[in-house]
Ligand binder design. Sequence first.
Ligand code: NAD
Length: 492
Amino acid sequence: MTKKLTDKDIPAFAEIKNYINGKFHNPIHNNWIDNYNPSNGEIYGQIPNSSKEDVENAYKAAKTAFPSWSQTTLEERSRILIKISELLEANLQRFAEAESKDNGKPIALAKAIDIPRAASNFRFFGNAITQFASESHESIGQNAINYTLRQPIGVVGCISPWNLPLYLFTWKIAPAIAAGNCVVAKPSEVTPMTAYLLGEICNEAGLPKGVLNIVHGLGGTTGQAIVEHKNIKAISFTGGTTTGAHIARVAAPMFKKLSLELGGKNPNIIFADCDYEDMLDTTVRSSFANQGQICLCGSRIFVEASIYEKFKADFITKVKALKVGHPSEADTNIGALVSKPHLEKVKAYIAIAKEENGTVLCGGNEVTVKGFEKGYYLEPTVIEVPHDECRVNQEEVFGPVVTIMPFNTEDDVLLMANKVKYGLSATLWTNNLKRTMRISNELQAGIVWVNTWMMRDLRTPFGGVKASGVGREGGFEALRFFTEAKNVCIKY
Ligand code: NAD
C-alpha cells in the first residue's frame, strides 16, 4: 500500500479523489497511487487505488440515479450536456494545463485539440440525443405495426486510456449519459487529473448526483472490478489490444455489451501523384503528433519508389526541425512521453529495429531538456526498414517512431498495408480517383483518410477491424451502443 502523501511532502501536492454521487471521496481502504509529471519525472500528486468496495459504492449511486435520469426529458439532458460543454470551454486554460502536466503533451496541443474536443463531445451528444429517432415498420397485409424502442441499458462502465485523456473519457461518457444511462467510469491511472476536474464541472452544470461516477485506480483492480460487476451491463473500453482481449474474456460469460477500441499500426501510403507539400506537412503531424501516442498515427510510411529518395530527404529535414521541449513552452512540438515504463518500451523497439537491420535515419536517442533532466523525452525517430515484416513494422510502438520503406505497385503496397494484425485507420495520398476508390475499398481498416489525416466529423462511425476492436463509436452508432433496441409488434 502506497503511503498517503500531503503538501508537506510535495509542494503544490495534487490530491485526486473519487467522484461518487456528486461528492468527492477518499478510497475506502486509503490505498493510493503516486502520480508522476512526465515533463520532470517527479511525483506531483496521488490518486485513489479504488477497491471493489469503491466501485460498488459508485455502482449503487448510479443505480439509484438511473430511474430518474432515464426519465429526464431529452431537452433537459441536452441542456445539461451543453452546459458541461460550455463550462469546459470556459475553463480551457485550467484543463489544458492539467492535461499537459499529467500527460506530457504540449500545452498548445491540449488547448487546441484535447480540451476543445472534450467540450465538443458533450455538445455533440447533447444535440444528437434530440435527433435520435427509432424506426417503425408497418407489416402490410398483416394488420400489424412494429415500432422500436431505444431504451437506456442502466448502469454502464466506461474505461479509457492515457493518450488523449479527457478527449476519450468524454467520448464515452457523453453518449452514455445522453442516452439516459448512469455511468461508472475509470480514466487511466497514468492521467487522472482532468477526469477529476470534470466532476466539479458536472456539479456546476447541474448534472444530477449519481449520473456520473468516477473511480480512479489501477486497471487490474479498479478496472477489473468494473468489468466483473454483474450489474454493470455494458462496457465501453478504449486501450490496448491485450487488455481488450482480457476484458472480452471476463465479460463474455455475463453477456455484457462491449465496445472495444484497441491498438493500431496504421499505414500511411504515399503515391507520387499526391500534393507533395501538403502530404509532407501532414505526414510529419500524423507521425509525431502527441509524441506519436495517438492510436491513429500513421506509424508505417510506404512511399512510391519514384519519389522515395526525395521524400526521405525532405521528411528527415522537417523531422529534425521539430523541437523537443518542455510541454509548457509554446513552441514545443514534441513534449514528454507519458511515463518512464512507456519511454523504456519505445526505446526497446528502436533497439529491436536496429537488431533487425533497420536503419535509424534520424532520432533514436533520449533528449535532456535543461532544467527538467528527469523528464521522459525522446527524439522523433525515423527508421528505414529492410522489409515490412520486421517487428517494429508489425507491433504497436505507440511513440515518436515511424518506419519508412518504398513500394513499386498498388498491389504490393496493399498487401503490406493489410499484412498486420491491426486494422484501425489508414491514410492514402494520391490524386488518382480510381486508385483512391480501389485502395479505400481494399484496405482493412475502420477509417480511411485520403489526402488528409485525423479529420473528424463526430457524426461518422469510428472504430477498428481485426485486433483494433469491435463495435463503432461516434454519432448515432454510440447512441445505439448505449441503448437496447426493443421491438414492439401491435396487431390491429
Ligand atoms: P491499457 O489497455 O493499458 O489501459 C487502458 C485502460 O484500461 C486504463 O484505464 C487501464 O487502467 C484499464 N485497464 C487495464 N487493465 C484492465 C483490466 N484488467 N480490466 C479493466 N480495465 C483495465 O492501454 P493504455 O496503455 O492506457 O493506452 C494505450 C493503448 O490504447 C494503445 O494500444 C492505443 O492504441 C490504444 N488506444 C486506442 C484507441 C482507439 O480508439 N482505438 C484510442 C486511444 C488509444
